[in-house]
Design a protein around this ligand. Structure first.
Ligand code: SER
Ligand code: ZN
Length: 501
């Protein structure tokens, strides 16, 4: 059951106390026109009152027409009526109180709250009580979004902690492993890697660097170039409006590294900051805060959002389809907190992200070709023990949702590898070292991207260099002599590195 009870006040430019009787017929007319579209779609003004320059209406609805969506129309009709006959204008509308009763999909497991309203829930019946709502609030559609958000919060209580959707597609044979050490720890011991200087970051010395760079070369030469991908370079700093469009802003605000700009770049404004720094030889944090703007951007989280932004509002020529591009320059930052481990779960990682835009048929064909090439790399060059599975699409994962079987024209495939140092094949957690997605028209629509004739879809694939290296080294060890022949063609000897005393 849904029921809306809305008490609204219209502020008028003049006293209308004398017009009471005229309003009877005006209200009746409203109830028969604006408020009644058909048998199901209706609301009605149950009563009204007049007090000098204020007209109050009590509107209720149990139909699909929501009273808050009718107020602006009532305002227009009222302006017309009063303007014509009495030269009285309608200044503004406020909703003094708005009580909304609606059904929830499920009974909440924990208490729920929502901004801008008091929320009372009995079983699956919710009552949302708003007061002093402005015209702008109505115009911006907040009320419908609030109801949706309440329902969404209840639903998410049910999938919290539940296993994500996962369905095996393909699995390699078992491969003999050369060791069972954690490659990060060994690389640190050998001086190939140095932790820090801040949380979840690494300094890669020449030996580790050459391994990451080899991963990059292999991805480009064996996968991307043969399929015709072209390289682009995007900005590393992502303004919030891009993340608002992709959904990242609401999905993971707690995982971003935020970027602030100086409030001014006038040295005079920084004089006290500089004085304090010189005198105390420390960073005067309180003074710094005064000189910074509030963040309006964050460091790169994934590369595809800005690639989509670069196509915003564009019409792509048919002969450029499918668009095949990749960025390997922007470095991703994710605030990982408790989950950090070695080079495989870090706050800062290097990834190549190919993005593809084309027709459904083009993208499904491309997915097959990409899979063939990735398989070639992981089987013939790395000689890995790995598997592929359908998982919750990454944009749902990143919004904390668990997804379901759904259609598999669109969706995300995860590539997972056995990590001998973590334990047995059966009991240990395999590492997700890459993904590949076809995402339908989600981002095409969000960024209003068009083609001359074709309907467009898009997708992306994350090639994480640290993940590739972690998986390869965990299975094949750090001694180049033990590496598979295919990999030795790309990297046979490590650089001398630097010895310390
Ligand atoms: N955008 C995808 C992700 O975030 C691929 O990088 O996982
Ligand atoms: Zn992506």
């Amino acid at each position: 059951m849904m029921r809306f009870e809305l008490q609204a006040r219209f502020a008028l430019s003049d006293d209308i106390s004398e017009l009471s009787s005229q309003f009877e017929s005006f209200i009746a007319a409203m109830n028969d026109s604006i408020l009644k579209k058909d048998a199901e779609k209706f609301a009605f003004i149950e009563r009204f009152s007049i007090e000098k320059t204020t007209l109050s209406l009590f509107i209720i609805s149990e139909g699909t027409l929501r009273p808050h969506n009718t107020l602006l129309q009532i305002k227009n009709a009222l302006s017309k009526e009063l303007g014509k006959t009495h030269r009285i204008g309608v200044r503004d509308i406020t909703i003094t109180t708005y009580r909304i009763f609606f059904d929830l999909p499920l009974k909440p497991l924990k208490q729920i709250s929502i901004p801008f309203a008091d929320l009372i829930i009995h079983d699956t019946q919710a009552t949302m009580l708003l007061s002093d709502v402005s015209e702008e609030f109505l115009r911006k559609n907040y009320i419908d979004r609030m109801m949706n958000r309440v329902k969404e919060k209840v639903e998410s209580q049910y999938y919290e902690g539940k296993a994500e959707f996962w369905k095996l597609i393909w699995k390699s044979e078992e491969k003999p492993t050369v060791w069972d050490k954690d490659p990060t720890e060994e690389m640190e011991r050998l001086g190939w890697l140095k932790q820090g200087p801040t949380k979840g970051k690494w300094f890669y010395r020449p030996e580790a660097t050459v391994i990451l760079k080899t991963m990059e070369t292999i991805a480009i030469q064996e996968v991307l170039s043969p399929l015709g991908f072209q390289e682009v370079i995007e900005s590393h700093i992502k303004p919030f409006d891009i993340w608002l469009k992709t959904g990242h802003m609401e999905g993971m605000p707690y995982e971003f590294y935020y970027v602030t700009e100086p409030r001014t770049r006038d040295a005079k404004d920084w004089e006290r900051f500089i004085d304090l720094t010189k005198i105390t030889k420390e960073v005067p944090v309180e003074e710094l805060k005064k000189n910074l703007s509030v963040p309006t951007a964050g460091l790169c989280y994934a590369q595809c959002p800005m690639i989509y932004w670069s196509f915003k509002g564009k019409t792509i020529a048919e002969k450029s389809l499918p668009v095949l591009i990749y960025d390997k320059t922007a470095i991703s930052a994710r605030y990982e907190s408790g989950g950090r481990h070695g080079i495989e779960r870090v706050d800062e990682f290097h990834r190549i992200e190919p993005v593809y835009i084309g027709t459904r048929e083009q993208l499904l064909r491309l997915r097959d070709e990409l899979l063939k090439r990735y398989k070639h790399v992981f089987n013939d060059i790395f000689d890995l023990e790995w598997q592929m599975a359908w998982v919750t699409p990454w944009y749902l994962q990143q919004a904390g949702k668990i997804g379901d079987e759904g259609s598999q024209d669109t969706g995300t495939i995860d590539f997972e590898a056995y990590m001998p140092y973590r334990g047995t094949r059966k009991e240990s957690e395999w590492l997700e070292f890459q993904n590949l997605s076809v995402l339908g028209d989600k981002y095409i629509t969000a960024f209003n991207i068009k083609a001359q004739k074709s309907k467009l879809w898009s997708g992306c694939s994350g090639i994480g260099l640290q993940r590739w290296a972690a998986v390869f080294l965990a299975q094949k060890g750090l001694n180049p002599k033990q590496w598979p022949e295919g990999f030795k063609k790309y990297l046979e000897n490590l650089p001398p590195g630097i010895r310390f005393l």
